[in-house]
Design a binder for this molecule. Structure first.
Ligand code: ADP
Ligand code: MG
Ligand code: ZN
Length: 602
């Protein structure tokens, strides 16, 4: 090697001062150019992502044009025969046959179908007519156990591997995986098993080499995506499957329909541009209604009693409540008024739970008052009403819970009782989840809406488009259009800001209820501001305006932990917290000129 070469640097300058200025100027010019280029680069990166998404969508659209309903595939008659003889099902439901035809012809597919639509059959039935084993990834051991019990009962050899599987069973399964004569057709595994067990993956590779890896079905496939409501880190590992086993078809199944999540899932699984099959989420026989929840528990019980002995007399239904305590108390109160009702929640012994379930199915109980623990596996076709005593935590949850009504396709009612107090009850429970608040706010805007078709709001959530005529008068707003009033929120928001500013200056925090108290000139005297007392609003309306301003982003919930609970305080978003209260608050208020709300008036 040569000695280091010394690069000569000019170290004598004639006019260093001027030169320095020039150099500085040049540096700042370059910096500016870099910034411009950097900005341009960022734009291009965004564009690149959008183009990739567009290509992905085009390819999916092209695949979707094929006729997947055909009955002349080599497997078509076998499929019919096994459906009848093994599952005792006489007809396919919409999208079941296309999903099976796709996966049987080796096409990657994501099937989106509401809960209860019959997604499992789409991998269970193909598994029976293929050589080898179909792997099924599922996030919950209880879901797997249910399916395996069901399959065994009809004589299908299905197995599972979870952390609790006994060693002998694990060994038996491992042997079966590479035995062409083994009767095992379906193997259910947790995502952890795939991601963490090298021994298992080695077996899968062997199984694949022997031509015995029939397909990979991924249940609840939205768990891959961080945008989903129940993201599972181990699902990310599934991305390697497409690379390791390029010829094994992947079938993803979910009831989550937002296109952002579906696009994300395709990227994570490396199945960009796969076939997307999406069943409609519209349930035409369900009537959707939202009512204001009466302010006191006793008035509320009165209203429920009237419903159960009037409109719903002789019909079977479910009331969903938020807590175990709520279900117990509500059931007690209703019993005292001679309604045949029982509480249902996770703290009951398994035995009494199934007894209550049975007596409800036999119509001895008119109603179960349940927490959301009641749901999995309910298949009662003639549920005529589902009442939400408290709002659900997301549109998805609401759709699922209310969707237990009218499974027999006859008319049924989904009634939500909404009151601002339940907002904070839910938000303090969900705010730690990644998309918890977004999801909750979505449902609250469904409740707050003053005049739009409820069905339309649900459709929008599931990225579907339904015409107003699709509702057919099957929601409160379409059946009896209500008078609404367009409110200018400028003065109101100014007043709320004054109250919050005063609280901030005194180092006080206000919950939504305390804020509304002060605004109405009630509650603690020192929280009120004389010029910020509203005279022309009822409490209900005042609360709804505060809720609207939170959804709108003008106000914000600020969560604080205490040893016993979590509290949601209301703060003004942005400048007010920085101390620049007046100077910044005014332009902020000006932007609110645009903000109006259609508030239901009668
Ligand atoms: P999902 O996973 O979509 O929520 P499941 O696969 O658990 O739904 O199926 C829900 C119920 O529908 C099950 O009891 C299943 O046996 C039943 N089912 C599925 N397909 C059909 C069909 N074509 N006809 C009648 N019942 C069906
Ligand atoms: Mg399912
Ligand atoms: Zn409607």
């Amino acid at each position: 090697m040569d000695d280091c070469q010394v690069i000569p640097i000019e170290d004598t300058y004639q006019d260093p001062e001027t030169e320095l200025k020039n150099v500085n100027k040049e540096i700042s010019n370059i910096t500016r150019e870099i910034q411009v280029l950097e900005g341009h680069k960022q734009q291009l990166i965004k564009k690149r992502e959008k183009l990739k998404d567009a290509i992905q969508q085009q390819s999916s659209a092209l695949l979707a044009q094929k006729d997947w309903e055909r009955q002349d595939f080599p497997w078509s008659s076998k499929l019919d025969e096994m459906r009848n003889s093994v599952f005792c099902i006489s007809e396919f439901r919409p999208y079941q046959l296309p999903a099976m035809n796709a996966t049987l012809s080796g096409t990657d597919c994501i099937l989106i179908m509401p809960t209860g639509g019959g997604k499992s059959l789409c991998y269970q039935l193909p598994a029976l007519i293929c050589k080898g084993i179909s792997l099924v990834v599922s996030p919950l051991v209880s879901l797997m156990e249910d399916q395996i019990m069901g399959l065994r009962a009809i004589g299908v050899d299905a197995r599972m591997l979870s952390a609790e599987t006994p060693k002998e069973e694990v060994n038996l399964v491992y042997t079966a995986m590479t035995d062409p004569k083994a009767p095992v057709k379906l193997l259910y595994v947790t995502p952890e098993r795939l991601a963490k067990s090298k021994r298992f993956m080695a077996k899968v590779q062997k199984m694949h080499q022997m031509g015995l890896f029939a397909r990979l079905a991924i249940d609840e496939v939205h768990c891959c995506s961080q945008w989903g409501h129940d993201f599972r880190p181990d699902y990310k590992f599934l991305g390697v499957m497409r690379k390791m086993f390029p010829d094994v078809p992947i079938l993803g199944l979910t009831a989550t329909a937002t296109s952002r999540i579906i696009t994300d899932v395709q990227k994570i699984l490396n199945i960009q541009g796969c076939l997307i099959l999406k069943a409609s989420f519209n349930r035409p026989n369900l009537f959707y209604e939202v009512r204001p929840k009466p302010p006191s528990p006793s008035e509320f019980i009165d209203e429920l009693e009237k419903l159960l002995k009037g409109e719903f007399k002789g019909y079977s239904g479910i009331i969903y409540a938020l807590s175990i305590k709520d279900t117990e108390e509500l059931a007690k109160e209703l019993r005292a008024r001679d309604v045949k009702v029982a509480p249902y929640h996770a703290m009951l012994e398994a035995e009494s739970r199934s007894k209550i379930h049975r007596k409800w199915v036999e119509n001895f109980y008119q109603v179960v008052v349940a927490t959301i623990a009641f749901g999995m596996g309910i298949d009662k076709p003639d549920v005529r009403f589902v009442i939400h005593h408290c709002i659900s935590k997301s549109m998805e949850n609401f759709y699922q819970e209310s969707g237990r009504a009218g499974r027999d396709n006859k008319p049924a009612k989904c009634l939500v009782f909404w009151r601002y107090a339940d907002f904070a009850r839910q938000s303090t429970m969900v705010f730690t989840e990644q998309t918890g608040l977004d999801n909750l706010y979505g449902l609250i805007s469904y409740c707050l809406d003053g005049n739009r078709c409820r069905r339309n709001i649900i459709a929008e959530h599931f990225d579907e488009r339904w015409d107003a005529s699709d509702c057919n008068g099957m929601c409160d707003h379409c059946r009896t259009p209500r008078e609404t009033k367009r409110l200018d929120l400028r003065v109101y928001s100014e007043q709320l800001l004054m109250i919050l500013t005063k609280a901030l200056s005194r180092d006080q925090r206000l919950t939504g209820q305390k804020l509304v108290d002060a605004w109405l000139g009630k509650g603690a005297k020192d929280a009120r501001v004389q010029e910020a007392i509203v005279k022309d609003l009822s409490r209900d309306r005042a609360e709804n305006i505060v809720a609207f301003l939170i959804l709108d982003g003008f106000l914000k919930e600020d969560f604080h932990f205490t040893p016993y609970s979590t509290i949601s305080y209301i703060v003004a978003e942005g400048p007010i917290r920085s101390g620049l209260i007046l100077a910044c608050a005014l332009p902020l208020i000006k932007t609110l000129i645009q903000v109006v709300v259609d508030l239901r008036w009668h």
